[in-house]
Write a protein that binds this ligand. Structure first.
Ligand code: IPE
Ligand code: IPE
Ligand code: MG
Length: 239
């Protein structure tokens, strides 16, 4: 099962407590370890965490710098443990505008963990679903122009195979914390048939208990994928 999480509400969590927004990001970063660990125990084999969007550069420079610093710290502190815990780490999004030392760390962690099998952890950083599609279209167009791909052979699988998540299953469930009901450019293509869950808790408040409840609710749903799926009739206890 693939779960995507839009980790929202760090800023509000901090502001409501009279703290600077960055304190919320710090608390949020501290939640990641727990949720990653719980994921495989809860039957999740792919987890995508939306950490920084292509639109988040619009924020104040000190907030962006603070988030990047926390990201750097997360990579340093969890580098060895993620590998020891058999987690395969992938980064999705366009890494080009990120600092060189960050990109080196990301490449090193990707390489170190590439054969791990317990959980695939996608960290979405400078990620936007539209930007990902634009980059995919460019790769496909280049192949079409060079003649290695026929235009008539382009289908949905071709697009999927040129996204940052190539080879991975689509998210079964997308969870967004902190009450906003929108996707904010997350998994535009891959989320076509994802189930959605919006929870009131902000990301710093998103505990394993809340995560467990959301997954239990997801498991009670019937996914139709456009077909008509008849729910099994409820078995009555009465004779
Ligand atoms: C999510 O929390 C973290 C990032 C987008 C990097 P926010 O910073 O968006 O928190 P709110 O939505 O302002 O409360
Ligand atoms: C979405 O949250 C991006 C991440 C969680 C990384 P935002 O807070 O940036 O989204 P909007 O601006 O409320 O749509
Ligand atoms: Mg937000």
């Amino acid at each position: 099962m693939h779960v995507g999480i839009i980790m929202d509400g760090n800023g509000r969590w901090a502001t409501e407590r009279g703290l600077p927004r960055l304190m919320g990001h710090k608390r949020g970063a501290n939640r990641v370890k727990n949720i990653v660990k719980a994921s495989s125990e809860l039957g999740v084999d792919t987890l995508t965490l939306y950490a920084f969007s292509t639109e988040n550069w619009k924020r104040a420079a000190h907030e962006v710098e603070g988030i990047m610093k926390l990201f750097r710290g997360y990579l340093q502190n969890n580098f060895a443990a993620l590998n020891a815990n058999n987690v395969r780490v992938c980064f999705i999004g366009d890494p080009t505008p990120l600092a060189a030392d960050l990109r080196e760390q990301m490449d090193a962690l990707t390489n170190l963990t590439k054969n791990n099998t317990l959980l695939t952890l996608n960290v979405a950083i400078n990620y936007g679903g539209q930007d990902e599609l634009v980059r995919a279209m460019r790769k496909i167009a280049l192949k079409a122009v060079s003649g290695s791909l026929l235009v008539d052979d382009i289908d949905a699988d071709t697009i999927s195979a040129h996204l940052d998540t190539a080879g991975q299953p689509n998210p079964d469930l997308i969870i967004r914390t902190a009450g906003e009901m929108r996707l904010s450019n997350f998994m535009t293509w891959q989320g076509a048939y994802s189930e959605l869950a919006f929870v009131e808790e902000s990301w710093p408040e998103f505990t394993v208990e809340v995560y467990t409840e959301v997954l239990a609710d997801y498991r009670s749903r019937t996914r139709q994928f456009g077909a008509v799926i008849l729910k099994p009739a409820k078995v009555s206890n009465k004779a």
